[in-house]
Design a binder for this molecule. Structure first.
Ligand code: CP
Ligand code: NVA
Length: 304
């Protein structure tokens, strides 16, 4: 049987995603109450990181250990990947020795090529285009704090980047509307917008996007790989900040999320992390639970 991959949210049906999030919430409760679990005993996850990470690395590595398995950190600096061994050759070899592979890289095409040659499930742990694992955690968090997101309005304030693209996919999968407020020239991928035209509205003014929304989300102005653009982006995004005044435009029960790391004083004001609407710490912890559910789903082909 061909391996099942998770490169974008489109690799799972809505029903599968909802079951996975229910399972993730169950794992969260179990883990918080001290219950142990060994569903992935003796299983190994290879983790290839071509970009930095705190949450993704810790959550996947801790998650595998907590499920009775183990995770192996691979950096291109220390493997033949960095010396030009073809991606497909690496995929055949690595996947012949482990049970799943997680990749964080630049071009989305890299994870697609790896997955095509891999005999084991491949997980996209962030590319320049998508960050689907973060969306699992975000959607789990919304469900746990507010119930179903179906029919809600979500406001994305800032760059039309990898996180924003995954929010567009999520709008389709979870049946909500996404308002994107971004400066001219920083819109999400045009083709993706066109594919989901009935789900996405792009506006300029953050207030317009936020008005009445049930969830406000943002991300850094300059993503990994865009360090040279930091200054230009600070100028372009100056008025795209989530702060208490913008939150006041949203629904009274609206939540605030951020995938982190956050830059206080840029995309959020310093007081947003601990604002009454903030779900950021809950959201960050849910990376662990959502990905444990994902690992069980992909490696075992079931959710217990
Ligand atoms: N949100 C997220 O993916 O964080 P890291 O870059 O720390 O993994
Ligand atoms: N858009 C950010 C997300 C970091 C988790 C980046 O790609 O750097």
């Amino acid at each position: 049987m061909a391996a099942r991959h998770f490169l974008t949210l489109n690799d799972m049906t809505t029903a599968e995603l909802e079951d996975l999030l229910d399972h993730a919430s169950k794992l969260r409760k179990e883990w918080r109450s001290g219950q142990t679990r060994d569903t992935l005993k003796n299983r190994v996850l290879a983790m290839i990181f071509e970009k930095s990470s705190t949450r993704t690395r810790v959550s996947f590595e801790a998650g595998m250990t907590q499920l009775g398995g183990s995770a192996m950190f691979l950096s291109p600096k220390d493997t033949q990947l960095g010396r030009g061994e073809p991606i497909e050759d690496s995929a055949i070899v690595i996947s012949s020795m482990v049970d799943a592979v997680m990749i964080r890289t630049f071009a989305h095409e890299t994870v697609e090529r790896f997955a095509t040659a891999s005999s084991k499930p491949v997980i996209n742990a962030l590319t320049d285009e998508f960050h689907p694992c973060q969306l699992l955690a975000d959607m789990q968090t919304y469900r746990e704090l507010r119930g179903s997101i179906r029919g809600a309005t979500v406001a994305w304030i800032g760059d039309g980047n990898n996180m924003c693209h995954s929010y567009i996919n999520a709008a389709e999968r979870f049946d909500f509307h996404l308002n994107v407020a971004c400066p001219e020239g920083y819109e999400p991928d045009q083709q993706l917008i066109e594919q989901h035209a009935d789900r996405v509205t792009v506006v300029r003014a953050p207030e317009e996007a936020a008005r009445g929304a049930q969830l406000l989300v943002t991300d850094v102005w300059a993503s990994m790989g865009q360090e040279d653009e930091q200054k230009a982006r600070e100028k372009a995004f100056r008025s795209y900040q989530i702060n208490p005044a913008l939150m006041a435009q949203a629904d009274k029960d609206a939540l605030f999320m951020h995938c982190l790391p956050a830059h206080r004083g840029e995309e959020i004001s310093a007081d947003m992390m601990d604002h009454e609407s903030s779900a950021v710490w809950h959201e960050a912890e849910n990376r662990l639970h959502a990905q444990k559910a994902l690992l069980e789903f992909l490696i075992l082909n079931r959710l217990d």
